[in-house]
Design a protein around this ligand. Structure first.
Ligand code: SDX
Length: 437
């Protein structure tokens, strides 16, 4: 990582604390983002800052992804997301995130070779699937199986970055096998093993949908769509799950356990679980005779817990650039697959109403990455309860890239926020026989 001090501007912010003037350095990033460096604040003043949800707080320097929430800009290592989604494969973008530059043909071939070499999971791991309860959620299986991988590959215990390129390829390849095997097991169908002659996405589709009764035809158009979906989910700077991977990794935990923690954070309906929640919301509205007005009113009612899933974003205060690409991909994919999904019509109507409603306009609420992705997964044949697993498959290279960047950071420290205590003041101990209810 480049020396972060090169981003010090030489300017300072002045803070008058009880008459003591503090001069806090101002930092400016390569895309013009500015921060007040408060790393010495408590030592110099005894004060901490308070920022629940970390809306205003930068946790690190990073060279991986740049977001501009006002302009709706998303770049991976300086490349625009739209260009990457249209001109790359997911494997190429995974390489870019992990290695800071787009791969040469030789580098890509070698990476693909590693992905093919590590596509199988240890046969002992397959027995684990037999012992999850039948209704086990795919995200709980995924985080459990990824966590247990560290026991099959213990070499990471000592040096976290030892063989990191092999470990990264191993995880990116095996997560795809674990996901498809868990689906086959949930259906009671025979497992389909990865094939050396199929691409990363082609293999996943084949492992998911091939069967001895009806061989699955891997359609190039569906492979293109799946590559696009995974690219669009591949990274998103310090979101909840990536921050989880970083903070768990900062304690010196191996990559598998850190990624497993990230999978659990992504599971939440406010985060990666929103793609599944969107479909459930659209199905509920469809069952309710498409009574859109009722659900828009519920979403606006502060006393009603209902929120429009797939809408709003902590950072984007305009249209999520990924949602724009996915909205277009929806039409293309459903046309190619000759699918007519009434939920897409409902989604479009919701967007049309919300984007013209003051409640949403005032709060800068727009469709996010989750609003249209589920409709495409449905059209491909992926079950709703695996939508967040698909998000995890896409996000994995981003998680690994951030974990690596954190491990390589000479200034890395264990993540440990402070707090403002508002509990009882110091009081005398009361023996149990003197306590009153
Ligand atoms: C992802 O961080 C990332 O980068 C995440 C992600 C990634 O790639 O990693 O982009 C992936 O997680 C996308 C977001 C998926 N989640 C959802 O779609 C769930 C629905 N969205 C909301 O829950 C919400 O918008 C969040 C959680 C996404 C963001 O919440 P914030 O930033 O904490 O905003 P907030 O809850 O404080 O909302 C501000 C106002 C509130 O109203 P008021 O109190 O001002 O009256 O906007 C309202 C909220 O009630 N609001 C919504 C709404 N989202 C916010 N009202 C109705 N429907 C919604 N979806």
């Amino acid at each position: 990582m480049k020396k972060p001090d090169r981003y010090a501007t030489g300017r300072t912010a002045q803070l008058d604390l009880d008459g003591k003037i503090l001069h806090l350095p101002i930092i400016e990033g390569s895309e013009g983002e500015r921060a007040i460096d408060i790393r010495s604040l408590r030592a110099d003043s005894g004060f901490i800052t308070l920022d629940s949800g970390y809306t205003n707080t930068g946790s690190c320097f990073s060279e991986i992804t740049y977001l501009d929430g006002e302009q709706g800009i998303l770049n991976y290592r300086g490349y625009d997301i739209k260009e990457l989604a249209e001109r790359c494969t997911f494997v190429e973008v995974a390489y870019l995130l992990l290695h800071s530059s787009l791969p040469t043909r030789e580098e890509l071939d070698h990476f693909r070779h590693l992905l093919g070499q590590y596509a199988l999971i240890h046969e002992d791991m397959i027995h684990f699937f037999d012992h999850f309860p039948p209704n086990a959620t795919p995200m709980s299986i995924l985080s459990s199986m990824v966590n247990v991988l560290c026991n099959f590959y213990p070499e990471m215990g000592e040096d976290p970055l030892q063989d990191i390129d092999v470990t990264s390829a191993r995880l990116i390849s095996k997560i795809r096998t674990i996901a498809s095997f868990s689906y086959k097991k949930s259906m009671g169908h025979p497992l389909v093993y990865p094939k050396a002659d199929l691409s990363y996405c082609g293999n996943f589709l084949n492992m998911m949908f091939d069967s001895p009764v009806r061989p699955y035809v891997v359609r190039p158009e569906v492979v293109v769509t799946l590559n696009k979906l995974l690219i669009l989910h591949a990274d998103h700077e310090q979101n909840c799950s990536t921050s989880t991977v970083r903070i768990v990794g900062s304690a010196g935990v191996n990559l598998y356990a850190s990624i497993s923690a990230g999978i659990n954070a992504l599971w939440g309906p406010l985060h990666g679980g929103a793609n599944e929640a969107v479909i459930k919301m659209l199905e509920t509205i469809h069952k309710d005779k498409d009574n859109l007005k009722k659900y828009i009113a519920k979403a606006k009612d502060r006393n009603d817990p209902f929120r429009l899933s797939g809408f709003g974003h902590r950072v984007y205060k305009t249209y999520d650039p990924r949602a724009l690409i996915l909205k277009e991909a929806c039409d293309e994919t459903l046309k190619v697959l000759n699918v007519n999904d009434p939920l897409l019509d409902i989604a479009r109507e919701i967007e049309e109403i919300a984007l013209n409603d003051q409640y949403f306009i005032e709060r800068n609420l727009y469709p996010n990455v989750d609003f249209y992705s589920g409709i495409i997964y449905r059209a491909i044949g992926i079950p709703t309860n695996m939508f967040t697993v698909m998000f995890a498959l896409g996000r994995l290279p981003g998680w690994i890239a951030h974990w690596k960047e954190m491990q390589e950071d000479p200034m890395r420290r264990i993540g440990r926020p402070r707090q403002i205590y508002i509990g009882p003041r110091r009081r005398p101990f009361v023996p149990i026989d003197q306590r009153s209810p």
